[in-house]
Write a new protein. Structure first.
Length: 357
């Protein structure tokens, strides 16, 4: 597991592992930091770790592609360490899968890319509306901006019966840098910029300034379009086998100063050119590449909305017999090639751990 994350196991009378969960240890700042705590900051009311709150909000039945909270958090005042208990994903993460494909020099298959795309889009839609049904949006819901959406934070979990049996289920995790915000948030964007993994920051996660006057030249708020851009970056990484966070700075995002009025396209990752150079012969559909490229638009207004992307995926899955059959768990005579991932080798059943004592 990653540093700060432990696996808790439950054993039966034969010492067989039958239950597991993950416990994450978080070093919290003082309880007045609004980026890390929610509640009555500075007062006497209850406050909760922001990461726990965000993950708890995303732990309802609609969010089937998110790692769920499975127990109440624990906090130790003396050490300022919070402990969050989550379901365990046994198949690693998309970063592991990406590295395996890099080593084998084999592309990630398109059906699995659609599975990942849909999983992230559904999660982004729920982070915006609180539900897959906009009409059921909870009162006073605040948008959740993940701010660290990248391959290593998308875990590969076991499948529910009948759901994409060929593939592990991608699930979004690690809400440690997430914010709960709205268009009326006076702290947005200035309090929230900068924190993330280089290579996966949406343009509005950085503040740009005039090199002469040193004044900021933009103030786009960090709202759900940040999640959309990051989804595009994850898909770009998988389709090109590029590890964006290990790229040299000038390759992470082609930001530069120009004397001509920019259109925004100068600053964008070019998916089609990268795919053509990596995989001659157009291995992916023009349709998928178009959707991903538009997620990566520099200007917020030029990206797809969460609503548009969810509709695109629903239509695409309905029209594709392959994707529809996979989604419904219908067996096929000629299933798609398996995605490369490390198989589970231990012999045990998976489940939830006993409540921590």
């Amino acid at each position: 597991m990653n540093r700060g994350v432990h696996v808790l196991m439950g054993l039966d009378q034969h010492q067989t592992i039958v239950e597991r969960m993950a416990r994450k240890h978080i070093q919290q700042p003082v309880k007045t930091d609004p980026r890390s705590w929610r509640g009555d900051l500075g007062g006497e009311g209850r406050i909760l770790p922001q990461e726990y709150v965000a993950q708890r909000l995303m732990s309802h039945e609609d969010a089937q592609y998110v790692i769920k909270n499975v127990a109440a958090y624990r906090y130790t005042e003396e050490t300022r360490i919070a402990r969050i208990y989550m379901e365990y994903a046994p198949h690693g993460d998309l970063h592991d899968l990406l590295k395996l494909h890099q080593q084998a020099q084999r592309r990630v298959t398109e059906p699995f890319l659609w599975v990942v795309f849909r999983a992230l889009i559904e999660s982004a839609f729920i982070m915006k509306y609180g539900s897959l049904d906009k009409k059921s949006k909870p009162k006073d819901w605040l948008e959740i901006v993940h701010r660290d959406l990248k391959p290593s934070n998308i875990l590969l979990s076991t499948n529910d019966s009948g759901h994409f049996n060929m593939y592990p289920r991608p699930k979004l995790s690690d809400f440690g840098l997430s914010i709960l915000t709205s268009e009326d948030d006076t702290c947005n964007p200035y309090l929230y910029v900068g924190a993330s993994t280089q290579g996966y920051l949406a343009p509005e996660q950085k503040l740009f300034h005039d090199p002469v006057s040193t004044k900021y030249v933009d103030d786009d708020e960090m709202l759900y379009p940040c999640n959309i851009w990051a989804i595009g970056a994850v898909m770009y990484a998988l389709m090109t086998l590029t590890t964006l966070d290990s790229s040299t700075p000038d390759r992470q995002l082609p930001y530069h100063v120009t004397t001509d009025p920019p259109t925004g396209r100068e600053f964008e990752l070019d998916l089609r050119s990268k795919v053509d150079a990596k995989w001659p012969g157009l291995p992916y559909s023009v349709e998928l590449m178009h959707y991903v490229q538009r997620c990566l638009r520099f200007q917020v207004r030029d990206r797809y909305t969460a609503d548009e992307l969810l509709e695109i995926c629903q239509i695409r899955f309905a029209k594709s017999r392959l994707l529809n059959d996979l989604f419904s768990g219908i067996p096929r005579d000629k299933p798609p090639r398996r995605v490369l991932h490390k198989p589970e080798t231990q012999a045990y059943r998976l489940g939830l751990i006993y409540q921590p004592g």
